[in-house]
Design a protein around this ligand. Sequence first.
Ligand SMILES: [Zn+2]
Length: 80
Amino acid sequence: MVSECMNPDCRQKLHYLRSGRVVRVVHCGGEQTIVEHFWLCGACLQRFDFRFAGQDHVSLMRRRLPAPVEAHALTLTLVA
Ligand SMILES: [Zn+2]
């Protein structure tokens, strides 16, 4: 499970999911399934969002508009 903010300039520890956003990425390939979680804290979510590029690459991109403050989750399934 995720333990800190994905932003390398922040790295805030995740104690309670009160704000921000969590995504779960499921890699399904062959006989093995790998699940990864990524979290952006509330402050970073105002400036960044997740960017899904390619089959299994998750990075950050700058937002043009602020995000909602409340916590919410998104599940993305990637098939390798
Ligand atoms: Zn952060």
